[in-house]
Design a protein around this ligand. Structure first.
Ligand SMILES: Cc1cc2nc3c(=O)[nH]c(=O)nc-3n(C[C@H](O)[C@H](O)[C@H](O)COP(=O)(O)OP(=O)(O)OC[C@H]3O[C@@H](n4cnc5c(N)ncnc54)[C@H](O)[C@@H]3O)c2cc1C
Length: 494
């Protein structure tokens, strides 16, 4: 059977679910194929950073997720080195510790409410591109294979991505750490901090709560690295915890215990014709720094509105290609950052004392501390701007109060671009012809700037208020939102 849909998303992990919600909200018909039958009760990520929470806030989903976890305002690394997040210029000045299944639950409920069609127990086994369309082959237990055609396909199918392989794209990189033990346990005497982490040399360990009495322990020891299929015993994990923390906190009753390894890899192109890659399908790295899920969700936030604009026919030329141009360098930076952190936590004992002294001294320098906090929280991410552009162009939008009493991130919940300025700085017909994609957002404070804000809360264009003439505003709208004429009739193959 062949059915038509605008976009197929392969994979209902955090990346695919945020994307599906954005596409459905924008009125794009969207099917998500997920090979797992039920929701996953297992979890990998625990840390949701400020920028991801801001993206969820711009979709009305942050407060519910925040309610499911524990905010951590101070991140502790090696002996005594801490990074304070409490001064971040964000409504979420912390790392939220909550299991990945909570993030997926919130994103799935939102996507389903918006109208995304999530088909579980459906494994994509093949993909073929044609001019104007893509077909995927879908296998469901007990059913004949189905071919589904779409205008576009997004591979959000994780590290082993079938979509990436079907495109024949390489995934260059290398393994960076192996035989890391993972155990979900009960603790007789839980540690005082929400997140407990240390790396005193030869070993590292990490403990975080699920919030329901279970704890995730991750432990690695330089001299205990058997092949990954070797069974893990709780005693091994507890021994590493005792070496790292001086206590195993009375861990007992493991419900899941395994070994994993981490690679650092990135695909060279995030787009191939009508197929795009996002999240772990495009980049993987070690969990050090807690960036993988955050980066994937932010890939999806960058891609969703651009793909919707393309499907609806109003995307200006080149808009969809800015997805690769903007997100590939971010992925590269995340690989470098988490790689550097991993090397620091796995330094041999002889170098650990020097590392601790240097890290401690560096974090005391306010500029270094705030740079690290901004990098870990994602609020420092910005995108390239055209030469001569206003300094705000490409930067993250601040959550300004608006004249109607809302915050800017609340106004973004419609999934449209916002033209933000003091009420008297906006010409009455500023957005005429763009009513289907741009809203005016008069700001409450005496701002001297006019800014066009993208649905992913980055500034597309800005100008000093007194220099922003009506033709300049129209020009910026044309550059980012295409022609003001009625969009052409929509087809899935456009
Ligand atoms: C131990 C550990 C701790 C981590 N901690 C953090 C953290 O604290 N913070 C953080 O940001 N990141 C963390 N990460 C990384 C994070 O878990 C991943 O980056 C994140 O899950 C990627 O999301 P995704 O949606 O791109 O891919 P995935 O979560 O891998 O989802 C892909 C989905 O696609 C489905 N799928 C695959 N192939 C097919 C197919 N052919 N057909 C249909 N469906 C398919 C899969 O079943 C899966 O549901 C951690 C990782 C590990 C291993």
């Amino acid at each position: 059977m062949i059915s038509d849909v605008d976009v197929i998303v392969v994979g209902a992990g955090p990346t695919g679910l945020l994307l599906a919600g954005d596409l459905a909200q924008a009125g794009v018909s969207c099917a998500v194929f997920e090979r797992r039958s039920g929701r996953s009760g297992l979890t990998r990520a625990f840390g949701v950073n400020a920028r991801t929470l801001e993206q969820l806030d711009a979709r009305g989903a942050a407060d519910e997720l925040v309610g499911s976890g524990s905010p951590v305002a101070v991140l502790r690394f090696f002996a005594g080195a801490v990074i304070a997040l409490s001064r971040l210029p964000s409504r979420f000045p912390y790392m939220l510790v909550t299991p990945q299944y909570q993030t997926e639950r919130v994103l799935e409920e939102r996507a389903t409410r918006a109208g995304a069609d999530i088909r579980r127990g459906s494994e994509v086994t093949g993909l073929t591109q044609y001019p104007g369309a893509v077909e995927v082959k879908v296998r469901r237990d007990g059913h004949p294979d189905q071919v589904v055609r779409a205008g576009w396909v997004v591979g959000a199918d994780g590290m082993g991505s079938l979509v990436r392989q079907a495109l024949g794209l390489p995934f260059p990189g290398k393994p960076v750490v192996r035989s890391v033990m993972l155990a979900d346990v009960r603790l007789a005497q839980p540690p005082p901090d929400v997140v407990t982490v240390n790396a005193p040399g030869d070993a590292f360990a990490f403990i975080a709560p699920f919030g329901d009495g279970w704890y995730r322990v991750i432990a690695w020891h330089r001299r205990n690295q058997p092949p990954e299929d070797t069974p893990v015993h709780l005693a091994e994990v507890a021994e590493v915890a005792r070496q790292v923390f001086g206590s195993d906190y009375g861990m007992h009753d493991p419900r899941w215990i395994s070994r994993f390894h981490s690679d650092e890899r990135q695909v060279p192109r995030y787009r191939d014709g009508r197929v795009l890659l996002a999240g772990d399908a495009a980049h993987v790295h070690s969990p050090a720094g807690m960036q993988g899920m955050n980066t994937g969700i932010q890939d999806a936030a960058n891609l969703g509105w651009k793909l919707a604009a393309t499907v609806h026919g109003w995307a200006p030329p080149g808009l969809l290609d800015t997805y690769h141009a903007e997100r590939h360098p971010v992925g590269r930076q995340v690989l470098h950052g988490s790689g550097a952190l991993l090397r620091l936590v796995t330094l041999p004992p002889a170098l650990v004392a020097a590392r601790n002294v240097l890290a401690f001294a560096a974090i005391k320098i306010p500029a270094v501390a705030s740079w690290l906090a901004a990098a870990i929280s994602g609020v420092a991410i910005s995108y390239p701007a055209a030469p001569g552009a206003h300094p705000l162009a490409g930067k993250r939008a601040a959550d300004l109060p608006l004249a109607d009493g809302r915050r800017l991130y609340e106004a973004l919940r419609g999934g449209r671009l916002l033209l933000a300025a003091r009420p008297d700085a906006l010409p009455a017909d500023a957005t005429s012809g763009y009513g289907d994609r741009v809203d005016a957002a008069p700001v409450a404070r005496a701002s001297g700037t006019v800014a066009l804000i993208r649905p992913d809360a980055y500034i597309a264009w800005a100008a000093a208020g007194d220099a922003a003439t009506a033709p300049q505003i129209r020009d910026s709208l044309a550059r980012w939102c295409g022609s003001p004429a009625q969009p052409a009739a929509r087809t899935a193959g456009q």
